[in-house]
Design a protein around this ligand. Structure first.
Ligand SMILES: [Zn+2]
Length: 391
């Protein structure tokens, strides 16, 4: 149908008004309402709409671009960004991999000693793989400004009050974001995991990168190319739903104290999250359950996440199920209530999982890719099968 002049005028005016609002929006960004955790409220909502409700772990495989370099006959693969420079996370993730890049007869490097001592050679600015290759081979023989020199903020532990807490997080690098955002990550780790658990989390190094993401609120990357594990999180999602959730995935993979099939990773690899399609509902449901058990200073989520698909199956209200599961695993779903950690958190999940709503998670209607959907099996049923087969 052809539009008449009045209709066209109306459409143009609407477009102008829209452009005005978007200009105002960016101008007002600093005054934009923020929620309790300091996130932009409006922006977060529209972002959530865009990424949809559910992104199971392992659904995105992000392969970084990398370049080969040679140092004294040995080959290394170093990640590069679109401009051919080595991204900061890669430098931090190489630095925290203390088992590699050591001198002869040395089993591991020491992050704290290296970071607090001054090297003669200091690399600065944007760096290519060629620039950093000597450092990459032996990180303790030179420094990179901002990464492992004395001014680096990646290992700023001042938010943590006790020596034990500082030691437990000394091998965790937090890259990007503001000082406040970096502190939020340190505090979350400290509040939600015991010291023993934090030591397990960082045993083989861990790099948390705060960076704007498109499509995901948080991403879990395995370790590769002589670097440590990496978790990426969007600064708009520094909450327990995202940050703690990714950390629980990581803990399930690296903490050897976990014994039962419910609380251990379903990943088939120890280097990256590789979960069989029939195990994805269980991996996610168990991770959600444990996140609910551990959340300290509880703030109810503003997105139904995995309770969306459950609600579509059983017709129950997602936020009501979330509150009931939180109370089931942590004892209370009141605002600001404390969670549990350590053995108590693990036991809460093991004992109560079967009576939770989240155990009914079944991703059968969720697309993996190109029309392929996850198999029709609930987390609870998958767990039963595993137990019957004696794992
Ligand atoms: Zn997940």
């Amino acid at each position: 149908m052809r539009k008449n002049a009045a209709q066209i005028r109306a459409i143009k005016n609407e477009a102008k008004a829209k452009a005005r609002t978007s200009r105002d929006k960016s101008r007002n960004a600093s005054r934009q309402p923020r929620d309790k955790r300091g996130r932009f409220v409006e922006e977060r909502k529209s972002f959530m709409k865009k990424i949809g409700e559910v992104k199971p772990v392992g659904s995105v495989v992000v392969e970084a671009k990398r370049e080969k370099v040679k140092v004294r006959g040995k080959e290394y693969y170093i990640p590069v960004d679109d401009n051919g420079n080595v991204p900061q996370y890669a430098l931090a993730a190489r630095f925290t991999n203390v088992r590699e890049g050591t001198g002869p007869n040395v089993e591991r490097r020491n992050v704290i000693i290296d970071q607090s001592s001054e090297a003669k050679t200091v690399l600065k600015g944007k760096l290519t793989p060629e620039d950093v290759k000597e450092w990459w081979a032996r990180p303790n023989e030179s420094d990179i400004k901002g990464v492992d020199d004395i001014e680096s903020t990646y290992f700023d532990l001042s938010a943590l009050k006790t020596r034990g807490r500082k030691d437990a997080q000394g091998k965790i690098a937090v890259v990007g974001g503001t000082k406040k955002e970096q502190e939020r990550i340190r505090m979350m780790l400290s509040e939600s995991f015991t010291l023993k658990e934090q030591n397990a989390l960082s045993k083989d190094g861990l790099t948390v990168e705060i960076t704007r993401l498109t499509g995901n609120a948080g991403e879990y990357h395995g370790r590769s190319d002589g670097m440590t594990y990496r978790i990426m999180v969007d600064p708009r999602f520094l909450d327990d739903d995202t940050l703690l959730h990714e950390m629980v995935h990581h803990s399930r993979m690296v903490d050897k104290d976990r014994k039962s099939p419910l609380v251990r990773t379903r990943s088939e690899s120890n280097f990256r999250v590789l979960v069989k399609h029939q195990d994805v509902s269980l991996e996610e449901a168990a991770t959600v359950a444990e996140t609910a058990a551990r959340q300290g200073n509880y703030v109810p989520p503003d997105n139904p996440h995995y309770y969306g698909p459950i609600s579509r199956i059983n017709g129950k209200k997602p936020y009501k199920m979330i509150a009931e599961d939180r109370a089931l695993f942590a004892g209370s779903a009141e605002n600001g209530s404390n969670g549990t950690k350590g053995k108590r958190a693990i036991k809460a999940v093991e004992d109560r999982f079967d009576s939770s709503h989240i155990s009914e998670l079944n991703l059968r209607d969720v697309m993996i890719r190109d029309g392929i959907k996850y198999p029709d099996i609930s987390a609870k049923d998958r767990l039963k099968t595993l137990k019957n087969n004696k794992y």
